[in-house]
Design a protein around this ligand. Structure first.
Ligand SMILES: [Zn+2]
Length: 365
């Protein structure tokens, strides 16, 4: 019998990767359809190889993508379908609003240097990838009745892609694209200062494209500080190590910085050592602004409920805290103000809460 959800109410998810949230069945289907070799031919076997059960390192986690990305990348049908199925997956989990992220370059096989995943050159450009994902998400929204927006990722090790990423954000803004991100290996020395990333984030700021950055997941608080001061980020992806720099943590709390926390992910990637208190407990106790997110449910063999179960069971999270953090997630979403207000009202209603007067008047904090 399926376990009852830890928080059986509408939820907001802000940090989840499209290419880490694919159904194993879909990988197998496109592998067969396109004649691309996969390490397994049943769902169970495939999950055993690409899934994780025990804590490991971030590079080990990143190596998992090598197994299955070739079945998806470069295929118009596959890309549109994973976007559509993502919306279905989130609707089933009780998510009413999600922001899903991906690197357009990592799904393309044309006008991208180097061509990723050892693909032969084809004719699918990063620009068309974004268009296909938008179509899949929009069709999914119609069918499954939830709202989904997207975030385009720069990659730490490929700063030369970043200027095009921000241009795609501008071109497809309001056709689901709301923000820019930097994903990948944050241990790359000096990567916050790579000119491509600097240029892209400067342009994003100037053109009103929202900004988030993966930072302080495995690296020190210094990378978080760079994301805030150099890249002018509005949210932090993970950010666990922020708490090691008390002054920075105090400042970010004062500025109401939002932390996109991924508890189960942080356990499996080794970003959090289970013998220590999880930073999200500190965030909870300090009533900081954060959300709970699944990150890469395909590889972590999880759903968003896994993260809620973990924090409820092991960290004493209550229904009240789940409500509070989802309201903070909605407030920190990259939706335009009127849609944000609508989402907040939807949550207040579902949570049996009275909207605070300032928010009801449209002038919330
Ligand atoms: Zn992530």
């Amino acid at each position: 019998m399926a376990q009852a959800p830890a928080f059986n109410k509408p939820k907001v998810e802000l940090h989840v990767h499209l290419d880490g949230a694919i159904k194993p069945e879909t990988i197998l289907y496109f592998g067969r359809e396109r004649g691309i070799a996969l390490p397994a031919d049943t769902v169970e076997e495939l999950q055993k190889i690409i899934g994780m059960d025990e804590p490991h390192s971030l590079p080990y986690f990143l190596s998992k993508f090598e197994y299955y990305m070739p079945a998806i990348v470069g295929s118009r049908d596959a890309i549109k379908r994973i976007a559509y199925e993502f919306v279905e997956m989130k609707a089933k989990e009780g998510v009413v609003y999600a922001e899903v992220r991906y690197s357009p370059h990592l799904l393309a096989n044309s006008k991208v240097q180097p061509i990723p995943w050892n693909q032969a050159e084809g004719d699918l450009t990063p620009d068309e990838v974004v268009n296909l994902v938008n179509q899949g998400l929009q069709e999914g929204e119609k069918t499954f009745g939830i709202k989904v927006r997207s975030i385009l990722c720069c990659m730490r090790h490929q700063p030369e892609w970043s200027p095009e990423v921000v241009e795609l954000c501008k071109k497809y803004r309001n056709q689901t694209v709301v923000a820019i991100d930097i994903a990948g290996d944050e241990t790359i020395e000096g990567s916050s200062y790579f000119p491509g990333h600097l240029e892209a984030y400067k342009e994003a700021l100037q053109s009103g494209i929202h900004r988030t950055v993966h930072a302080g997941e495995v690296c020190s608080a210094e990378v978080v500080r760079e994301a805030v001061d150099i890249l002018k980020t509005e949210r932090i992806g993970h950010g666990y190590h922020t708490i090691e720099d008390q002054a920075l943590y105090d400042r970010l709390r004062k500025e109401n910085m939002h932390f996109e926390v991924c508890p189960w992910s942080s356990y499996l990637t080794g970003a959090w050592k289970p013998e220590t208190e999880h930073p999200v407990v500190r965030f909870k106790n300090d009533r900081a602004n954060y959300s709970l997110n699944s990150d890469d449910p395909l590889i972590f063999k999880s759903t968003l409920d896994t993260d809620y179960q973990m924090t409820k069971r092991d960290m004493g999270f209550t229904e009240e805290e789940f409500k509070r953090l989802n309201i903070n997630a909605a407030k920190s979403s990259f939706l335009p103000e009127d849609e944000k207000e609508e989402l907040l009202n939807q949550l207040y209603k579902a949570y049996d809460m009275t909207p605070p007067p300032a928010t009801a008047a449209g002038q919330g904090p």
